[in-house]
Design a protein around this ligand. Structure first.
Ligand SMILES: Cc1ncc(C[n+]2csc(CCOP(=O)(O)OP(=O)(O)O)c2C)c(N)n1
Ligand code: SF4
Ligand SMILES: [Mg+2]
Length: 341
């Protein structure tokens, strides 16, 4: 009996995954990488590849997920993968999507759906390449997904401070000393909030967390199915940079959301929706845990004094009590502003 060859269209399955049982069995990011034990960023790569499937091109910025993933003559990527410069995830995604479209229009490539995904770290995306991502998200005519994996430091070059590093954390650029307990006193940049507020033509923008795999894989699929430029910012606990035992990576990701330090949400069709535990917190069905439960488990906050915990808690409380959209948009409307304009 002849075995039917699947049509290319059938190989791009972007349907919603309802339960863990529906997660595709096939892996497109396999063994052969050298990331640290418990590295959630590597897990994120695995989820991306699993959700997107075989008809996918991945472009990866410099960082742990380039260097540790593609040591000399080895690669865990089963789908085509190409390195791109540290700050260029946005341009790589846009250029690849545009290039494929032209080749298909000219008949040099079969006209079929191909997923274009570019990833970057927080250093490469939230700092250095923010302008390229911003520019890419204004091109409504191209379909691609940019994933920013946030391990909250320039990890690959030995854990330097980034705009995504949380307040007070120790990094190699912000050690705690006898004269200054806290070297880093800036609040973490709200990159996904800035992108969602400033890019009205982006088709899909979301946050995710490596501890919530199905939620993240569905967001990857939604971004790719949106038909336009899409972006996901995913928080990835990093045992090396955050100083905790690798076995607690999953717990760390969950605590980030349960304490309200990190929020899960998505913007689709110009509407922001809170997801999962974040939605439950906002609806009063889940009590936010104290930030101390999350921070005290990480060595990068081991120098925290009582006043540091209190300050951190106060800032997180504000994200929930006085932001226009809790945990998402970091400003509020002046009291008395009419909303039925
Ligand atoms: C233009 C440029 N500057 C500096 C570097 C050195 N460099 C390589 S990886 C890296 C860290 C990137 O941090 P991030 O994007 O957060 O990814 P992570 O290493 O944390 O995975 C740096 C600074 C580089 N490759 N290119
Ligand atoms: S330093 Fe952190 S992000 Fe880099 S490979 Fe190790 S655990 Fe992963
Ligand atoms: Mg990083």
């Amino acid at each position: 009996m002849a075995i039917a060859t699947p049509e290319p269209q059938q190989l791009v399955d972007l349907s919603s995954i309802k339960t863990v049982k529906q997660v595709p069995y096939t892996e497109y990011f396999v063994s052969g990488h050298r990331t640290c034990q418990g590295c959630e960023s590597a897990l994120v790569m695995r989820y991306i590849a699993k959700a997107a499937g075989p008809r996918t091109v991945v472009l990866g910025s410099t960082g742990c997920m380039y260097v540790a993933n593609t040591s000399y003559y080895t690669t865990p990527w089963v789908v085509p993968w190409m390195h791109t410069q540290l700050g260029s995830a946005g341009s790589a995604a846009l250029g690849a999507a545009a290039g494929l479209k032209v080749l298909m229009r000219k008949g040099k490539l079969a006209d079929e759906p191909i997923n274009v995904i570019a990833f970057c770290g927080d250093g490469g995306g939230a700092d250095m390449g923010l302008s390229a991502i911003s520019a890419a998200l204004t091109h409504a005519e191209y379909r691609f997904l940019i994933v920013l994996y946030d391990n909250e430091s320039y990890a690959n070059t030995d854990i330097q401070l980034s705009g995504s590093t949380p307040y007070g954390a120790v990094t190699t650029f912000s050690p705690s000393g006898k004269k200054r307990r806290l070297m880093h006193k800036r609040w973490k940049k709200n990159t996904p909030g800035a992108l969602v507020a400033g890019h009205p033509d982006a088709a899909y923008i979301a946050t995710a967390d490596a501890a919530y795999g199905v939620d993240f894989m569905n967001k990857v699929r939604k971004g790719l199915a949106s038909g336009g430029p899409s972006f996901i910012h995913v928080l990835d606990p990093c045992p090396k940079g955050w100083h905790y035992d690798p076995q607690y990576s999953h717990e760390m990701g969950k605590l980030a959301v349960e304490t309200g330090v990190w929020s899960l949400w998505e913007m689709e069709n110009h509407e922001v929706r809170l997801n999962g535990t974040t939605k439950q917190i906002a609806a009063g069905r889940f009590s936010r845990k104290p930030v101390r439960e999350y921070l005290s488990k990480q060595g990068r906050f081991a120098h925290f004094a009582e006043e540091d915990y209190e300050y951190f808690q106060k800032r997180v409380d504000e994200q929930w009590s006085s932001w226009l959209i809790p945990g998402v948009v970091s400003f509020r409307l002046e009291a008395g502003t009419p909303l039925n304009l």
